[in-house]
Design a protein around this ligand. Structure first.
Ligand code: PEP
Length: 251
């Protein structure tokens, strides 16, 4: 049985002083919990978080993006090898906010996953439909298309990724997919991964979209939900710890 992975996405929030309080409270409260965890911090705070996380193994460091390029004249971009210098373990790729505000295509997301993998960083590949796509009955088609691009580009390395199903209509809105709605899509993604690699059992499929202390247990109890990608609730230590606790007790 895989341990659940609870990953926080801080998005563009934080400050040097606020990060110390948040991360120290999470570190103090997480002792003895039995899940895997990560915090995906803004790039500007990677060094600070790396130093605070050193010497323990429960909470890993993550970035919120990685460049699709390897090196060179790409102003503002951060390469996978640079992230590796800060002991980054996970990189979120294809978050819906990047797809929406930075016009990231499926092909770019697939390349980003490839760059992360070749640097030894685990990409957390986000897929998810918009409200209009769900209402048009296109959920399955959309998430399969998004994941297929990553599978196509990454071949057998696909067994080293993490997938996050994040319905766009549930991110930061307070609307959560019901456990049944989430499970239905996770099962689709699971069978797509099974068809792509004989090592699909290694791949964790996280749910993300307004997961919080109150709904985490029910979502995490679903057969194909292996953890959570947490936005808003990752900014409050007590809430994030409650989700980690739920991830430590649900089978
Ligand atoms: C996210 O940004 O990945 C996310 C799931 O956000 P929230 O939990 O705030 O919906």
């Amino acid at each position: 049985m895989k341990k659940k992975l609870i990953a926080g996405n801080w998005k563009m929030n934080g400050s040097l002083s606020a990060n110390v309080s948040l991360l120290q409270a999470v570190l103090d409260g997480s002792k003895g919990l039995n899940c895997k965890a990560a915090v995906c911090v803004p790039a500007a705070y990677l060094a600070q978080a790396q130093s605070m996380l050193s010497g323990q193994s429960l909470i890993a460091l993550g970035s919120q993006d990685v460049s699709a390029q390897e090196v060179g004249a790409y102003t503002g971009e951060i390469s996978a090898s640079m992230l590796k210098d800060f002991a980054v373990h996970y990189a979120i790729v294809g978050h819906s906010e990047r797809r929406q505000y930075h016009a990231e295509s499926d092909a770019i997301v697939a390349l980003k996953a490839q760059r992360a993998l070749s640097a030894g960083i685990t990409p957390i590949v986000c897929v998810g439909e918009t409200l209009a796509e769900r209402q048009a009955g296109q959920t399955e088609e959309v998430v399969k298309r998004q994941l297929a691009a990553v599978i196509h580009t990454n071949g057998h390395c696909i067994s080293e990724i993490v997938v996050a199903y994040e319905p766009v209509w549930a991110i930061g809105t307070g609307l959560t997919a019901t456990p049944e709605q989430a499970q239905e899509v996770h099962a689709v993604l699971r069978s797509q991964l099974k068809a792509a690699t004989s090592h699909s059992d290694r791949i964790s499929i996280l749910y993300g979209g307004s997961m919080n202390a109150a709904n985490a247990s029910q979502l995490l109890a679903q057969t194909d939900i292996d953890g959570g990608l947490i936005g808003g609730a990752a900014l409050k230590a007590m809430d994030f710890l409650a989700i980690m606790a739920a991830g430590s007790t649900t089978p």
